[in-house]
Design a protein around this ligand. Sequence first.
Ligand code: SAM
Length: 258
Amino acid sequence: MEAINTSLDLLNRNTYDREDVVSFYNEANTLLPAERAILRELTPGIANKKILDIGVGGGRTTPYLLDISDDYTAIDYSEEMAKLTAAKYPNAKVLQMDATNMAAFDDSSFDLVLFSYNGLDSMTHESRIKIISEVFRVLKPGGRFLFSSHNRDFHNFNKLPWRWNVKWNLKFVIFVLHCLYHLPKHYKMKKHEVFADDYAIVNDGDHRFSLLLYYVTIEKQIDQLSKIGFSNVIAHDMQGKPVKSDPSSHWFHYVAQK
Ligand SMILES: C[S@@+](CC[C@H](N)C(=O)[O-])C[C@H]1O[C@@H](n2cnc3c(N)ncnc32)[C@H](O)[C@@H]1O
């Protein structure tokens, strides 16, 4: 199976290889409230079972998942990210691998697959579908896929910060000035944006306007997962509460079952 490489995929991949971005993920070390709540609920079913952590970055989730199971494998397509996490957690099996091609893993071999912090959003629609299909293949029947993804119904979707409905303070003014400084880059990136019926891929400011990120509604995300074969899909808000829709949530955490 060959990995897909389009200019959008390459743009995002180059961003994740950047020294400042690797260092950003190196410093991230706590679970998000929703991840904590969801993993607490899943733990009885996955304790000491096989876990795959896709797009591990700087290993933010690694110690928490190693606490749940020693049978833990992490992958990242960025050599620097994979090296960093392997050095930080010598007990973990960490591989450099592109998730669009996980032929190295057998069918039906993992109990939990994770792709955290919207990692699944940093690629083309075609690569996303390929990865979700690969996740479905490597999961055991009944296994769970936990990931997060940006919300296309978010009230600030595709708006620059000065159009956000927030209270201005000094910190926000500094943030707006930072965005203004990077505005030329943003307009350069805009030519890669995609607006489709089911999803949008936009340049939304992360890592100094360097990423193109996928946004999808809960309804369309559930359709996408169901077409590949997943069921029992539940979207959770930032606190881990199951939701059907929520325009105040920038992204959602999904759990889907094979
Ligand atoms: C937003 S970061 C999240 C890092 C980490 N999971 C966390 O929660 O802190 C996304 C990570 O996914 C990796 N990634 C993106 N696309 C990937 C792919 N197709 N295959 C493997 N890794 C990928 C990036 O290199 C990056 O490290």
